[in-house]
Design a protein. Structure first.
Length: 139
């Protein structure tokens, strides 16, 4: 397995099966061009089998933290350490950038995600609650 930073729209389009919805080139370009947005792809040979995205969040009194935005591994490649390796890659980047922490929001019943994040060294923060506002979505 090899992990590489995604740098082109074509790479993301080729990895479409890993995402929740088809990758739209204009959105992929916007993501790749946005400062502080990071996406790594895991490959087995030439096949993308996983990805992780992270976004730097900056606050005037706290500094910069890394939000692990999304992690996805092709179902047939799960339980091989790919998710853990992707998390470690993003963590390494966060440390390199001087982030003071890295965090992820995860549904409490998503056992696979929780196991991956815990095995990668993440610790439960029992004080977290997530409140969301939903807006009309353009597919």
């Amino acid at each position: 397995m090899e992990i590489r930073r995604a740098r082109t729209v074509d790479e993301l389009v080729a990895a479409t099966p890993l995402f929740d919805s088809p990758v739209r080139p204009e959105r992929a370009r916007r993501f790749l061009d946005a400062p502080g947005h990071h996406l790594f792809l895991a490959y087995e040979g030439a096949t993308p089998v996983g990805f992780i995205s992270g976004i730097e969040l900056v606050h005037p009194d706290k500094g910069t933290e890394m939000c692990l935005y999304e992690l996805g591994v092709d179902e047939s490649f799960r339980r091989r350490g790919i998710g853990r390796a992707l998390v470690a890659t993003l963590e390494g980047l966060a440390r390199e950038l001087g982030c003071y922490d890295m965090w992820v929001g995860v549904e409490p019943d998503n056992e696979a995600a929780l196991a991956t994040y815990r095995s990668a060294g993440g610790k439960d923060d029992d004080s977290f609650a997530m409140i969301a506002w939903e807006f009309p979505h353009t597919p």
